[in-house]
Write a protein that binds this ligand. Sequence first.
Ligand code: KG4
Ligand code: ZN
Length: 366
Amino acid sequence: MLRNQFFGETIIKFINTHSSRLILGIESSCDETAAAVVEGGTKIRSSVVASQMEVHAKYGGVVPELASREHLRAIVPTVRLALEGHTRLDAIAVTQGPGLIGSLLVGITYAKALAMARGIPLIAVNHIEGHIYAVASQNAVELPALALIVSGGHTHLYEVSAEHRYRLLGKTRDDAAGEAFDKVGKLLGFGYPGGPVIDKLAPFGNPDAVKFTTPKMKGNTLDFSFSGIKTAVLRWVEARDMTAEIAARRESGAVSVEGWLTVTPRATLDLLASFQATVIDELLKRAVRAAEEMDASSIIVSGGVACNAGLQAAAKKFRIAWPVYFPTLGLATDNAAMIAAAAFPKLERGEFAGYELSAQPNLILA
Ligand code: KG4
Ligand code: ZN
């Protein structure tokens, strides 16, 4: 049953403040070195992201050792640029986890040193809570909310209570949705990351052309599984002789939609469209069921996959029942503004980290 319990109700703003306190956020959990200054938890004064995409692209995925090395290179200039014009700071927030240990350590060590040198508090932030604040800090999100966090590392459903407490409702049992996009992209010769390319090419194919059997989840039916769909794509490819086509794409050096279209036949476009439609359906089906079950007042979708145009278009259908919020450009993929925003309530509560703060690669939100 879909219903709207929002009309006529008071909007509970996630962050309701006129504070001018400034937080420097630092994010280095995966393959982006990022720093940002956010005022009062909502106003983004600066947001700098140094992407390592090109470094990892030739390996078809993030190489942890290379990631740490690139973070080391980028951290000083990234933070310096974000701080330009800001002499006053009230706190420094940093991603504690989840993420790659070597990558997290670079941000944490730098944040500690800076907090110590300036004599200001250090705040530890969970990366997933950051993704929630990427949306919640920019919108008057009605609570309780259902949050769907979909990225290269996560596919999680959380209940966000009126008291800003989190409850895990479901998660992927194998690949994250973004990971499935990236693996399919790599397999078919579209390079890394595959998500954005598949998203752009999907409208040129028929989403009903290839039928995928979707998993029936035993136990928690709000859990996701994407490895079966990924394997089905592999079988589809193996059943055809696509070696020359894939090699041609790898060598094409295409970067634009037009470029990809010249090296991608109709059947492959149909496969991409069908794959994307299946993933979107899996995501939204469970998000809607979770929202119904927890009696949500709104839905938040965040993380890199939230950029997906097909997902955004499909989610519009649910706007009648719930307000659905997506991140604005630059806040969907990893960034530090979301880390600074998530740290704001902690600054208000005086919830600070000590200098013994350590990276937690498997940190959970709930
Ligand atoms: O949030 P993010 O930057 O990093 C993680 O925390 O993982 O997400 C990156 C992921 C990648 O898997 C990428 O392929 C996916 O987000 N992604 C997309 C799109 N843009 C980024 N997936 C589908 N469609 C997109 N437009
Ligand atoms: Zn992320």
